[in-house]
Design a protein around this ligand. Structure first.
Ligand code: PAF
Length: 276
C-alpha cells in the first residue's frame, strides 16, 4: 500500500481515504462518494477494511463482528473504489501474538466521556489504528461518518495534534427509511428488535421538540428520554448527553447543542446523535 501511494504521489494524484471495519452498507458508500467528490475523477479512493481488535474490550463482539469480504469487494467495485487495503492482525500489530506490540496513540480530552467512559480502552484502539492507517495510506483527505460524532472529533483532534498532513471530513449520517442510523451492527437485530431500535431516532426527535421553545432542563429531558426508551421491551439506555458539538463539553439542551445516546436493544448496543 505504501509503495502504491508513493507511485500515486509521484504522479501528483490526490488520495481520498475511507477507513472501515467492513460489512459495508449504504452509509459507507456515502463516505466513498464524498471521498470521490473531494479528490475528483483523477484522484484515487482507498477503502480500508480491518476489524481492529484493540478497539474492542474483552467482553465485546470482536469474534462475531460481521464480515463478508466478497460482498464488500463487489460493493467497492460498484462504487468506483480504486483500492481496498485489507491487512491482517500481524501486519497491523506486529508481534501482537507474543504481546510485544507496545506503541499506542492516546487522545486525552475529547475521548474521556460518553463512548470513552462506557468503553474504557475503545478510543485508544481507534486513535492507534487510525494513526497507523494514515501512515500507511497517506491520504490527502479522510472521510468519517457523523454517526460516530465523538470518534470523528477525537480523530480530528489527533490529526491536528500529531500534524498529520491531511484533511478530515465528516459526512452526514445515512439513515434507513424509518430513521434508524445505518450501522454494520444493525444486522444483529431480530425483526422485533429492529422495530424497537427506532427509539434512538425517536428520542432525538423528542428532544428536538422539547428544546424548540426556550430550551429544557438536561436532567428532566434525560428522565423523559429514559422513560421513552423503557417503553420498548428489550431497550436499555446506556447514556444520553447534550454537549457542544466541537468541544464535546456538556451544554444545556437547546438549539445548536449536540445530543448523543447509546442504547442496548437486546444484546446489541447502538449509538446515534444529532444537532438539536
Ligand atoms: O468507525 C469505524 O468503523 C472504526 O472505528 C474505524 C475508524 C475504521 C477504526 O477502526
Amino acid at each position: 500500500m505504501q509503495r502504491q501511494v508513493r507511485r500515486w504521489r509521484r504522479e501528483g494524484v490526490r488520495v481520498g481515504f475511507v477507513p472501515t471495519m467492513g460489512y459495508l452498507h449504504d452509509g459507507h458508500l456515502g463516505l466513498v462518494r464524498r471521498a470521490r467528490r473531494l479528490v475528483g475523477p483523477n484522484g484515487q479512493v482507498v477503502v480500508s477494511i480491518y476489524v481492529n481488535p484493540t478497539q474492542f474490550s474483552a467482553t465485546e463482539d470482536l469474534s462475531k463482528y460481521p464480515r463478508d469480504l466478497t460482498r464488500d469487494k463487489t460493493l467497492c467495485a460498484a462504487a468506483g473504489v480504486d483500492a481496498i487495503f485489507f491487512p491482517d492482525d500481524k501486519q497491523m500489530y506486529p508481534g501482537r501474538a507474543e504481546g510485544d506490540y507496545s506503541t499506542y496513540v492516546v487522545e486525552e480530552r475529547l475521548s474521556q466521556g460518553m463512548e470513552g467512559a462506557a468503553r474504557r480502552t475503545h478510543f485508544r484502539g481507534v486513535t492507534t489504528v487510525v494513526a497507523k492507517l494514515f501512515n500507511i495510506v497517506q491520504p490527502d483527505v479522510a472521510v468519517f461518518g457523523a454517526k460516530d460524532w465523538q470518534q470523528a472529533a477525537v480523530i480530528r483532534r489527533m490529526t491536528t495534534d500529531l500534524n498529520f498532513p491531511l484533511r478530515v471530513v465528516v459526512a452526514p449520517t445515512q439513515r434507513e427509511r424509518d430513521g434508524l442510523a445505518m450501522s454494520s451492527r444493525n444486522v444483529y437485530l431480530s425483526s422485533d428488535e429492529r422495530r424497537q431500535a427506532t427509539v434512538l431516532r425517536r428520542s432525538i426527535q423528542f428532544a428536538r421538540r422539547a428544546v424548540s421553545g426556550k430550551g429544557a432542563s438536561a436532567s428532566r429531558l434525560k428522565m423523559q428520554i429514559a422513560r421513552l426508551i423503557s417503553l420498548e421491551p428489550t431497550a436499555r439506555l446506556d447514556y444520553v448527553e447534550f454537549f457542544d458539538p466541537d468541544t464535546l463539553l456538556p451544554m444545556a439542551p437547546r438549539r445548536g447543542a449536540q445530543m448523543a445516546l447509546a442504547v442496548f436493544i437486546g444484546k446489541t448496543r447502538l449509538i446515534d446523535n444529532e444537532r438539536l
